[in-house]
Design a protein. Structure first.
Length: 217
């Protein structure tokens, strides 16, 4: 068991996945020469690929690669930019497995950092997860600890359907223990991801509670 912060747990999950999954590639903007330069130096720019500034193109590339048997991690700058590639996520990525009667898989993780409390104003602070709650075959994860971040990331790459991986940067430096075995996902099963209706009801209930507290204050 190791102790690390949330951000490092996600980084370790990505590094371990790249080492163990030879058909895994990463797509993002300016990642090979900046954010993921170390991975690019280790695995080459064929696997750590810079993309043009087009989130829809990035998701489209990921779906095409998945159709050829690849696994893909897409790096989006901020969670609310998912609105730009909504069509590609909902109509292409999420429906691929169903439309092909299970013949094709879409093991794609779309990383969506939430940059709240960081002075980004109206852009970059929104979560945006609720935009996708009712989309069938679209997994939504928002880990709350280092252990959850590591193991949910690793498990998501084994799924035949895509995962939106929301990362709250306000807890990036929060440390916790990450076990050597995957007990988090087995226990929580993505905290209700198997049942979109249950997840929606839970979030709506929390929203109503917050609204009441705001009115009282």
């Amino acid at each position: 068991m190791s102790t690390m912060n949330y951000r490092d747990a996600v980084g370790k999950a990505l590094q371990d996945s790249m080492r163990e999954e030879p058909r895994l590639i990463i797509i993002g903007q300016n990642i090979a020469s900046h954010a993921l330069k170390q991975l690019a130096d280790t695995y080459g720019t064929e696997r750590v690929r810079d993309s043009s500034i087009s989130e829809s193109a990035m998701v489209g590339m990921a779906v095409g690669a998945a159709m050829k048997g690849m696994k893909v991690v897409v790096m989006i700058a901020y969670a609310d930019i998912a609105s730009v590639c909504h069509m590609a996520i909902v109509q292409s990525a999420a429906k691929l497995h169903y439309l092909t009667n299970g013949r094709l898989k879409c093991p794609v993780i779309i990383r969506l950092p939430i940059a709240r409390f960081r002075g980004h104003g109206p852009e970059g602070n929104e979560v945006g997860a609720s935009w996708f709650y009712n989309v069938p075959d679209l997994n939504i994860a928002m880990p709350g600890s280092a252990s959850e971040a590591y193991w949910i990331f690793r498990e998501a790459l084994q799924r035949p359907t895509p995962t939106l991986f929301f990362e709250d940067r306000s807890i990036h430096m929060r440390s916790g223990e990450v076990g050597e075995t995957n007990s988090v996902v087995q226990r929580k099963r993505f905290d209700g991801m198997e049942d979109g209706r249950a997840r929606y009801d839970r979030v709506e209930s929390r929203r109503r509670e917050l609204n009441k507290s705001w009115k009282r204050s």
